[in-house]
Design a protein around this ligand. Structure first.
Ligand code: C2E
Ligand code: CA
Ligand code: CA
Length: 550
């Protein structure tokens, strides 16, 4: 029997042929599975026919809320028998984004069943990049006539220079993509234009900017109660689409200058965080952050600002905590831990510092600094004839550098430190990423071949830990201090730790317990058969100078 699609092809062979010359073409069946793609599609998307056929339509869109919402919006139009046409971001086989003008046409069989869909796409990536670049430097948002992001920054900086008091309000339309999904025939642009006109009417004499598809910033002198009133105003002045009021709600955050934050970057960041808090609670409100929150935020920004200087001026320090072998009772390894004391900020713990450094990219410098210090100490041990190793903590962000392996080897060589004297500690979060990203596990394997061993730190705090033992080159696990704390008081924890030790042994992994604070814990752990222990009871972190080399 001739299928609808065959019929269509028979009727329109020339049209199809012509289309295929100029457009990327994909066919999808009623389950959303890809059944055909032409050469043009394969070229742009970097897929091979073998790999792409049978993949779903949704897998061609970015795995972000925005990307998937767009895919669902298109699909829901098609299911309702409507064609869809618009701009869409898609991803290549390697996850790189590209932009297309997309026309999706449903073919309806027996008036209800969707038989096949054709997607005609035109690659407009270059045009989009150009538009975004223009948008970046442009003064106004071309859809709404509101200020652009670039203009907003200039405006705020001018106000700060003049020392004027003002409020920065960050607004986001709640679940915007779901909203336009339901009302897909009303153009997104029209909804945004109506929303912008509500903003202009309410926040008269204020400066308003559009900073992304569904995000807006208002610079205003109005009081908090007035700003918060925009939520009610929006309810009283709804935006209509097809004669029905859209259930439009917003989340918003307010920051004050100069009381809360002192720079454009920090004002925007704080207002964004306040908005996110509201949004997480379900949205529909505009709120300010508590003064405690601002204090934490200010401390974070100060750490962020002072860190580059502290690194160049050698203000960071490395301390070493011994690990004792249970059989010999000797310190066989020291773990390197970063320390930073700042006159103004006081003690900055690694738990505070590392996430900030991961964010601003300085984690690479910190990693190199600690490894260099550790390599010097390890080389000293070697020269003094001690078979003592040094463990260094690594963040997965450091492994985003594809040259990390070479960098590590260079540092060790310069310090005359044999790679076998160094162990790297990774967390389960790290292991999860390493499994996902081939380049991370490949570098780990290369480092292991050079003689560097890996330890899985904080064991038991993540999930699915057992899997990593098979796919990654891990030779040791470190049971998290959370379990050790209650090992003598909770029978359940004791059983769990016993289980972990047995599991490690059966996998021929060595097992260490960290956070050992009492003699009872130490005795019990020894009885259970751990290979080594680390903790305040057996030895606190000390500077390299305090370690005896005799
Ligand atoms: P971690 O790797 O689990 O390090 C052990 C932490 O427990 C250290 O805290 C150590 O001082 C502390 N500790 C040691 N013995 C005991 C004990 O008996 N009881 C208790 N309650 N705690 C104990 P620290 O130095 O504050 O480090 C915190 C975390 O920061 C580390 O956890 C590690 O994940 C990270 N970190 C530290 N230095 C570095 C570094 O140079 N690079 C990276 N990427 N991360 C680091
Ligand atoms: Ca560690
Ligand atoms: Ca740990």
């Amino acid at each position: 029997m001739t299928s609808i699609y065959d019929q269509f092809k028979m009727d329109l062979p020339n049209i199809m042929l012509n289309l295929e010359q100029f457009y990327m073409v994909t066919h999808i069946n009623n389950n959303g599975s890809i059944t055909y793609t032409n050469k043009k599609f394969l070229q742009t998307s970097k897929w091979t026919p073998k790999r792409v056929l049978g993949k779903t339509f949704w897998q061609m869109f970015p795995d972000t809320e925005e990307g998937q919402n767009k895919a669902h919006a298109i699909w829901s139009d098609l299911e309702n028998g409507h064609p869809w046409s618009g701009t869409a971001e898609k991803i290549t086989r390697y996850g790189d984004p590209y932009f297309v003008n997309l026309t999706a046409i449903p073919i309806i069989h027996s008036s209800t069943i969707l038989n096949s869909v054709f997607l005609f796409e035109q690659d407009i990536t270059e045009a989009i990049i150009l538009r975004d670049q223009l948008q970046e430097v442009a003064f106004f948002d071309y859809e709404t006539g509101l200020m652009s992001r670039h203009n907003l920054e200039t405006t705020v900086n001018e106000l700060i220079e003049k020392k004027e008091h003002f409020k920065l309000v960050y607004l986001q339309i709640d679940r915007f993509y779901k909203l336009i999904d339901v009302h897909s025939r009303e153009s997104r642009v029209e909804i945004i234009k109506s929303f912008a006109s509500r903003l202009k009417r309410f926040f008269q004499n204020s400066q308003i900017a559009r900073i992304s598809v569904d995000e807006f910033v208002i610079i205003t002198q109005f009081g908090d109660w007035f700003i918060e009133g925009f939520v009610d105003f929006l309810n009283q002045h709804p935006i209509y689409s097809d004669h029905t009021a859209l259930p439009l709600s917003i989340s918003g955050g307010i920051t004050r200058y100069p009381e809360d934050q002192g720079s454009y970057k920090h004002l925007l960041q704080a207002a964004f965080l306040a908005m996110k808090q509201v949004s997480k609670k379900g949205g529909g409100k505009i709120e300010s952050l508590s003064s405690d929150f601002h204090k934490t935020l200010n401390r974070k920004s100060m750490i962020d600002e002072k860190l580059p200087n502290a690194l160049t001026n050698n203000k960071l320090q490395v301390v070493y905590q011994p690990q004792f072998d249970c059989k010999s009772g000797k310190a066989t390894l020291y773990e390197a831990l970063i320390r930073w004391h700042d006159q103004e900020l006081g003690e900055i713990t690694p738990d505070e510092l590392i996430p900030i450094a991961e964010n601003n990219g300085l984690i690479h410098e910190i990693g190199a600094f600690v490894l260099n210090d550790a390599a010097q100490l390890a080389a000293q041990f070697k020269t003094a004839g001690h078979p003592i190793k040094i463990a260094v903590n690594t963040s997965v962000r450091e492994f985003s550098n594809p040259q990390l392996k070479d960098k590590i080897m260079d540092i060790l060589q310069a310090a005359s430190c044999p790679p076998s004297s160094i162990q790297l500690e990774i967390t389960e979060k790290f292991a999860f990423k390493a499994e996902e990203e081939h380049s991370v596990s490949a570098q780990m394997n290369e480092l292991q071949k050079e003689g560097i061993q890996f330890t899985l730190d904080d064991f038991g705090t993540g999930y699915a830990s057992f899997r990593y033992m098979q796919s990654l080159p891990i030779s040791k696990i470190k049971i998290d201090k959370f379990f050790i704390t209650s090992i003598t008081t909770h029978k359940q924890t004791q059983k769990l730790v016993e289980g972990i030790i047995q599991f490690a042994k059966s996998m021929e992994l060595s097992v260490i317990a960290e956070g050992v604070e009492t003699e009872e814990q130490l005795t019990l752990l020894k009885e259970m058969g751990v290979d080594a222990v680390q903790g305040y009871y057996t030895g606190i972190p000390v500077t390299a100078n305090q370690i005896e080399m005799t």
